[in-house]
Design a protein around this ligand. Structure first.
Ligand SMILES: Nc1ncnc2c1ncn2[C@@H]1O[C@H](COP(=O)(O)OP(=O)(O)OP(=O)(O)O)[C@@H](O)[C@H]1O
Ligand SMILES: [Mg+2]
Length: 263
């Protein structure tokens, strides 16, 4: 079970939009996918049209009061959701009193091995919180989502350094960088993408997610573009990203020694 944490310490850079659509695209490609909303804002939950109400959600699962399977909702063929509510913030607050709170998600996902091929984790816009720590602990891959705006390269390098610090040298998941909100009409955005490829090399996905109004609308309406507009440019972008993700099968434990030393 490959687990992808979509993260950046910066808010509003496209983490949730990417998490929803990468998960949906992987499902379209035939994978059994679980999207986990690790943000108390619950945007990934709303973005796939799920309203939790008083039903079980991630917070009960992390506190050990419910099994993950009791909180999981079907969203589309091949795609399930482990939803979040505002109550998830309580886990962040309570964690100061618990032992190893950052291991809760890993433990909760363990019974799901064999049920899903891919798990996509939508992280909150906070690198140093216990919810992000849970995602990093559970992840086989850390996808740094970078908005291709001003200072994007500096922001991406800073985010990478922050996550490397948080993870220490030992447990680093495979790091990948994804450019999003890319507007190819802008000269500076094109130059930026070239600079990011030069800096991050093979860590960087070839696919850049383009800016699209319909993508904004899709998240707001609770229906991913993969379902509402499967032929759209955005759907094609996320299918291309899913294909790259599926082709990227080296796990940290399998990585040849020279790769570990280079990292
Ligand atoms: N490719 C895109 N094209 C156009 N708009 C986008 C794109 N990706 C994201 N957005 C818009 O940018 C805003 C922020 O996106 P999103 O919520 O995905 O970011 P986030 O990093 O998850 O934010 P937060 O840090 O609050 O969790 C939203 O209004 C979203 O619709
Ligand atoms: Mg978000």
């Amino acid at each position: 079970m490959r687990t992808y944490a979509l993260a950046n310490q910066k808010g509003g850079c496209g983490k949730t939009t990417t998490a929803i659509h990468l998960a949906a695209a992987l499902a379209v490609r035939g994978e059994r996918v679980l999207l986990v909303d690790l943000d108390p804002q619950g945007h990934a939950t709303l973005g796939v049209g799920c309203h939790v109400g008083r039903s079980t959600s991630l917070v009960e699962v992390l506190f050990g009061e419910a099994e993950a399977s009791a909180a999981i909702r079907p969203v589309a063929p091949g795609l399930d959701l482990l939803p979040a509510t505002l109550g998830l913030a309580e886990f962040e607050e309570a964690s100061v009193h618990s032992l190893a709170p950052e291991q809760a998600l890993t433990g909760s996902l363990r019974p799901l091995i064999g049920r899903y091929d891919r798990v996509v984790l939508d992280c909150p816009p906070r690198a140093d919180g216990v919810l992000t720590a849970n995602a990093l602990r559970a992840a086989t891959h850390l996808l740094l989502v970078v908005e291709t705006g001003s200072f994007a390269l500096q922001g991406a390098l800073r985010a990478r350094a922050i996550f490397e610090d948080l993870l220490g040298l030992g447990g680093m998941p495979t790091l990948r960088v994804l450019a999003t909100m890319f507007d190819r009409r802008l000269r500076f955005a094109r130059d930026l993408l070239v600079a990011m490829h030069a800096r991050f090399g093979p860590e960087m996905y070839d696919t850049a997610i383009r800016t699209s109004v319909s993508l904004r609308e899709a998240v707001a309406s609770g229906t991913p573009v993969l379902h509402s507009a499967p032929r759209s440019r955005s759907a094609q972008d996320f299918l291309a990203l899913a294909d790259e993700v599926l082709a990227d099968e080296i796990e940290p434990a399998d990585a040849p020694l020279f790769l570990s030393l280079e990292a």
